[in-house]
Design a protein around this ligand. Structure first.
Ligand code: C5P
Length: 401
């Protein structure tokens, strides 16, 4: 069943009578596992108190855009980045109009513009307002821009009218929110993903390694699992929780990682190498801690096996995806890697830009394959991961639902 575990949901509440149902919606979202932060418009606060939504979400409610105190806590850009999903329920006719015209005149509309996360709207208004051509045009424009919609439902309205305009039930909205994360694109496929750094032992207490956080690989594992794949994450040492429904295998060295991957290749459909594997390991691992002594010592290093190239060279190779982190000539080097390593797809990212790559929360990449490419604009690693998984599914000819 679809869930929202480890998902950050920003719930926007605008000013309509259905705002009273937002309290139940917060409860339903939390029941599905979400961490919920509420943004209320000024109008919403006329219908329901921030205190109610704060008590239910367990988080302070956000309302003001131009409030120095609020911006010090979690400002509009942080909220926008924090969100894995922006859900607006109820979305009034006025809010739909402001969103459609791209306004940023309060906190909710500003966060909507500033977030790269998926957006789900649950409209609620009087049936005549819903039927008005202005509202129809706004809803069409928003849908064309990728906003998802649920409802409105038909029936008796608070104003006494009967017709379309009632906000969908909170349980249905929460389910629709969870369903957005489970595309089913890779249903039943077996996916192996490498992530994080490797550690190459020097002696019992020291090792060679790198600063990889593992965030991109973990985001990919989550996106693959959400797409219905049976996902195994072969991870070097990182400080990250295992995503739900992902089988995690912890390893230390490149050789361990290679062994664990090769064990799984025969039954694997897609192999994604996201790990920052150490290129070299010490030739000899000292049995005892190396003692300080000589002014200079020399470390002899041995090339590590290339896990990605080893997997892609096999006769039973799955669809293989590699990463190319470069500081210059990004696309030329990446295309070189695509050919040299014999992989089906390479994801190129420019690590000279400190706002993306290695330890940052965001990424921006260009994906290359034999006869094509696609740029994925800067977004959270979770958003990039979802797009990458969708692209892999597309290259494999797996249709979306
Ligand atoms: O050659 P380079 O290290 O730049 O290639 C990066 C890609 O190759 C990444 O996908 C990385 O996970 C993979 N790789 C690997 N084994 C290595 C080195 C890199 O799987 N020993």
């Amino acid at each position: 069943m679809a869930h929202l575990f480890n998902r950050n949901v920003v719930l926007g509440v605008s000013g309509g009578i259905a705002a009273y149902k937002s309290a139940e919606l917060v409860r339903q979202l939390k029941e599905l596992g979400a961490d919920v932060r509420v943004i209320m418009t000024r109008g919403a606060r006329e219908f329901i108190t921030p205190l109610t939504l704060q008590a239910l979400s367990g988080r302070p409610v956000h309302s003001e855009l131009l409030d120095t105190e609020a911006e010090l806590g979690m400002g509009h850009i942080e909220l926008a980045r924090w969100a894995d999903l922006l859900l607006i329920a109820p979305a009034t006719a006025d809010l739909l109009a402001r969103l459609a015209s791209g306004r940023a005149d309060d906190l909710l509309t500003t966060v909507t513009l500033a977030t790269a996360s998926p957006k789900l709207l649950a409209p609620a208004m009087n049936q005549q307002m819903w039927r008005d051509p202005a509202t129809t045009a706004n809803v069409t424009a928003l849908a064309e821009r990728g906003f998802h919609l649920i409802g409105p439902a038909d029936g008796e309205q608070a104003c006494g009218d009967v017709g379309p305009g009632r906000m969908e039930q909170p349980a249905a909205i929460a389910r629709a929110a969870a369903d957005l994360f489970s595309s089913g694109l890779l249903a039943g496929k077996r996916v192996v993903i490498t992530a994080g750094p490797t550690r190459e032992a020097l002696d019992p207490v020291r090792y060679l390694s790198n600063h990889s956080s593992g965030k991109m690989g973990f985001a990919l594992a989550r996106a693959a699992a959400d797409a219905g794949a049976l996902t195994t994450l072969v991870s070097g040492p990182v400080q990250l929780p295992t995503p739900d429904h992902v089988h995690r295998v912890d390893v230390q060295s490149a050789e361990d990682m290679l062994r664990e991957c090769l064990d799984r290749v025969p039954t694997c459909d897609i192999f994604i190498a996201c790990a920052a594997v150490a290129d070299y390991r010490p030739v000899a691992v000292a049995g005892e801690k190396i003692k300080k002594g000589a002014e200079r010592i020399t470390l002899e290093l041995q090339r590590n096996p290339d896990i990605l190239a080893t997997v892609s060279a096999r006769a039973d190779a799955p669809f293989t995806v590699g990463f190319a982190a470069e500081t210059s000539n990004l696309l030329a080097y990446a295309r070189g890697k695509l050919e040299n390593k014999g992989v089906d797809m390479i994801v190129a990212n420019d690590v000279s830009n400190s706002t993306i790559g290695f330890n940052s929360e965001n990424n921006a990449v260009t994906v290359l394959w034999a006869d094509g490419s696609k740029d994925l604009a800067q977004a959270s690693k979770a958003a990039i991961a979802r797009e990458l998984i969708a692209l892999v599914a597309e290259r494999l000819g797996l249709a979306g639902d």
